[in-house]
Write a protein that binds this ligand. Structure first.
Ligand SMILES: *[C@@H]1O[C@H](CO)[C@@H](O)[C@H](O)[C@H]1NC(C)=O
Ligand SMILES: *[C@@H]1O[C@H](CO)[C@@H](O)[C@H](O)[C@H]1NC(C)=O
Ligand SMILES: *[C@@H]1O[C@H](CO)[C@@H](O)[C@H](O)[C@H]1NC(C)=O
Length: 571
C-alpha cells in the first residue's frame, strides 16, 4: 500500500512525519527548540526541492557499478536524495592516467609536513579560538604534490589533561590541506596529522569498491536428509553463468542471491556465512601504495612546533568567540571523559548499581554488526546483575539475550541481515533490521541501538544508502506509532589497517559510509553516538572493536540519554 502512493505523496508523508515526530518530542520543552534541528529538516526539504528544480548536480553514472541496480528501483525522491548523498562524498583524486603511478610520484608522509599558522592577529591562542594548520604533501622524491585526494586524519590532544578533539581537514586540491581545530580546553594542545592513504591509494580503493564488490564473498549450506551442498552467495552474482536462487527480501526488496545447488532446491538453504576474501586484487605497482609503516597511517611531522598553549579567554571575551570551523566536532575528551556537544551532559555512573537503576524497566534492543555486539558484551562484563540467558546461539553470532529480573531489565542483541560477515547464521535467524523494527511495540521504556556499517564497505555506496533508507523508514514508523522510543545510532569508527585489511575495510570506506549515515539521520529524533570522532580524538590505537575506555564513554552517552540528569528547573 505504501508503495502505491504517488511519489510526491510519499515525499511529503516522509517530511511531515519527521516534522510531526519532532514536534511531539519537543512539545513539552519548547525552549529547547534549536535551530540546528529545524534547519536540518528545512535543509532536507529545500535540498530535495532544489534538486527537483535544477538538475545541475553532476550526474552520477550508475553504470559504473554492477551491483547497485539490483533490487527495487528507488522512487524519484529516493533517487534524488541518493544523488545528493553521492555528490556530498565525491572525493578528489589524481588526474586520470593510462598507467598506474610509480611509487616515486605518490604521496610520502615522511617528505610531507604541517605548519601551525599564527593565531589571528596575535601570537597567542585562547579558549574558544580556532587553530589552523597547513599540511603540504610531498611525493617520495620530495616534490610538492599538485593535486588533492590524500586521506588525512587530524586530532588535537593533550596527554597531560586526557583531552582530545577531532580536526576538520579541508582539501585545497593542490597538495595543500587546511586542518582546523576548535580550542576547547585551557592548557597544552598538540597537533597530530596522519596520512591514512595517499590519493593514489584512495583511487585504487575507489576502483575496487565500484568494480569488485565480489572481493568479499559468502556461502550457504543447503541440506535435505543426507544430501548437503554449499554454494557461493552475494548481493549480486553474474546472472549468465549458473542458475541462481533469489532470496530477495519480500518486505524491503533487499536483494540476495546464491548459486543454485546442483541437486537441492533453493528452499533447502539452512544457513549463511562469510565465505572469504578474494586475493591478488592489485597489480605489483598498486600493491606498493599499501605498505605498513610507509604509506598506511603514518604520521606527518611538523615543520616548527607541533604544540601550543591555550590561555583562558580574555576578560569580557568569553561569549563572543564562535569558531568559524565549517564542521563543529560532536564532542571532545577532557579528563579522559567524552563531553558531547549538545544533548544532555554526560552523567557519571559510579558503579553497576547506578547502571541498573538507570535501566530499570527498560528493554534495550541492539541490532547490527559486532560493534553493536560489543555494547551488549560491555553490559555483561561490567554489570554483574545483568545475566545472559543461554539461547544456544553460536558464539559471537547470536541472537543473544540478557536479563536482570530484580530491576526488570531486558537486553537483546541480533545481527543485521546479509551481507553480514559472521561465521554461520541460521537462515531462520537471518533478519533485516528494518523488519525487526517493524515487529517492535516500542514506547518510552524501549531503547533501540543500531550499528550497521562495517560489512558494507566492499559494496558501492548505493547499497548502503538503500539499506539505511529501509532502516530509516522503519525507525520513523516506530517513532510514529510509539513516541518516546529512544533510538540510538552508533556510527562507524576507525580501525587498525594493514595492506590487506585496507582493501576490504579501509577507514576511507568507513568515512564515506559514515558521512552518508550521519546525513541520512540528521534532523530526525534519534541520538547519534559519534564513534568516528570518539575513536579519532582518543589516544588509544584504532581498532575495529575500540578499546574498553572508548566503549565506556559510548555506553556513558547511551545511559545519559536513557536517564538524563534531572536538573532543577531554571525558572
Ligand atoms: C547505462 O547503460 C545502459 C545500457 O547498458 C544505457 O542504456 C544507459 O544509457 C547507460 N547510462 C549511463 C548514464 O551511461
Ligand atoms: C528476485 O526476486 C525479486 C522479488 O521477487 C525480483 O524483483 C527480482 O527481479 C528477482 N531477481 C532476478 C534476477 O530474477
Ligand atoms: C577527572 O576524573 C576523575 C575520575 O576519573 C575525577 O576523580 C576527577 O575529579 C576528574 N578531574 C577533573 C578536573 O574533572
Amino acid at each position: 500500500m505504501f508503495r502505491n502512493l504517488s511519489k510526491y505523496a510519499l515525499l511529503f508523508l516522509f517530511l511531515s512525519l519527521s516534522g510531526f515526530i519532532f514536534l511531539l518530542r519537543n512539545m513539552h520543552t519548547v525552549e529547547s527548540w534549536n535551530c540546528h534541528t529545524i534547519s536540518a529538516l528545512y535543509q532536507l526539504q529545500t535540498r530535495i526541492q532544489s534538486s527537483l528544480l535544477s538538475a545541475n548536480l553532476p550526474t552520477y553514472n550508475p553504470n559504473l557499478t554492477f551491483c547497485a541496480h539490483l533490487g527495487q528501483k528507488p522512487s524519484a525522491e529516493d533517487e534524488l536524495e541518493e544523488r545528493y548523498l553521492l555528490n556530498s562524498i565525491q572525493w578528489p583524486g589524481p588526474p586520470p592516467r593510462f598507467a598506474p603511478p610509480t611509487l616515486r610520484s605518490t604521496s610520502d608522509p615522511v617528505h610531507s609536513f604541517f605548519t601551525i599558522l599564527p593565531g589571528k592577529g596575535r601570537r597567542e591562542w585562547r579558549l574558544g579560538d580556532q587553530l589552523e594548520a597547513l599540511v603540504q604533501v610531498h611525493d617520495f622524491q620530495g616534490r610538492p604534490k599538485r593535486y588533492g585526494g590524500d586521506f588525512l586524519l587530524a586530532r588535537l590532544h593533550s596527554p597531560e589533561l586526557g583531552a582530545g578533539v577531532a580536526g576538520t581537514v579541508v582539501d585545497h586540491k593542490n597538495g595543500i590541506y587546511s586542518v582546523f581545530f576548535p580550542l576547547l580546553w585551557v592548557g597544552p594542545a598538540q597537533v597530530e596529522v596522519t596520512l591514512v592513504h595517499s590519493s593514489e591509494a584512495v583511487a585504487v580503493l575507489k576502483h575496487l569498491r565500484e568494480h569488485r564488490p565480489d572481493r568479499v564473498f559468502f556461502k550457504s549450506l543447503f541440506r535435505l536428509g543426507f544430501l548437503s551442498e554449499k554454494t557461493v552467495c552475494n548481493m549480486c552474482l553474474p546472472p549468465d553463468q549458473q542458475p541462481l536462487c533469489n532470496y530477495t527480501d519480500l518486505y524491503t526488496g533487499e536483494p540476495w542471491y546464491c548459486y543454485k545447488p546442483k541437486m537441492l532446491s533453493c528452499d533447502t538453504r539452512i544457513n549463511h556465512a562469510k565465505g572469504g576474501y578474494l586475493k591478488n586484487l592489485l597489480s605489483n605497482k598498486e600493491a606498493l601504495l599499501f605498505q605498513s609503516g610507509v604509506n598506511i597511517k603514518v604520521q606527518i611531522r611538523a615543520s616548527g612546533r607541533d604544540r601550543i598553549d591555550v590561555l583562558p579567554p580574555e576578560a569580557g571575551d568569553g561569549d563572543k568567540v564562535t569558531p568559524s570551523v565549517r564542521l563543529t566536532p560532536s564532542g571532545h575528551y577532557f579528563n579522559s571523559s567524552w563531553r558531547p556537544q549538545g544533548g544532555p551532559p554526560m552523567r557519571r555512573f559510579e558503579d553497576s548499581a547506578a547502571v541498573t537503576q538507570c535501566l530499570r524497566n527498560k528493554v534495550i534492543n541492539m541490532y547490527g554488526d559486532s560493534t553493536a555486539r560489543q555494547w551488549f558484551e560491555y553490559f555483561l562484563t561490567f554489570v554483574p546483575e545483568i545475566k545472559e540467558i543461554n539461547l544456544h546461539s553460536p558464539r559471537n553470532v547470536g541472537p543473544f539475550m540478557a536479563v536482570d529480573t530484580t530491576h526488570n531489565i531486558l537486553l537483546k542483541y541480533r545481527c543485521h541481515g546479509p551481507p553480514i560477515r559472521f561465521t554461520t547464521v541460521l537462515t531462520s535467524e537471518l533478519r533485516y533490521v528494518s523488519n525487526e523494527l517493524d515487529g517492535l511495540a516500542g514506547g518510552p521504556d524501549t531503547v533501540v541501538v543500531l550499528s550497521v556499517w562495517a560489512h558494507f564497505s566492499t559494496f558501492p555506496v548505493e547499497v548502503y544508502v538503500r539499506r539505511l533508507r529501509h532502516i530509516r523508514r522503519a525507525v520513523l514508523r516506530l517513532l510514529g506509532r510509539a513516541p518516546g522510543t529512544l533510538v540510538v545510532i552508533r556510527s562507524a569508527n576507525l580501525q587498525a589497517l594493514d595492506p590487506e585489511v585496507s582493501l576490504y575495510n579501509s577507514d576511507w570506506y568507513s568515512l564515506q559510509l559514515d558521512t552518508v549515515l550521519k546525513a541520512m539521520f540528521r534532523g530526525l529524533d534519534v541520538v547519534m553516538v559519534d564513534a568516528w570522532e570518539m575513536s579519532l580524538a582518543h589516544h588509544l590505537p584504532h581498532a575495529l572493536h575500540p578499546p574498553q575506555a572508548i566503549v565506556q564513554n559510548m555506553i556513558g552517552m547511551l545511559l545519559s540519554h536513557i536517564c538524563p540528569e534531572t536538573r532543577p528547573s531554571r525558572e
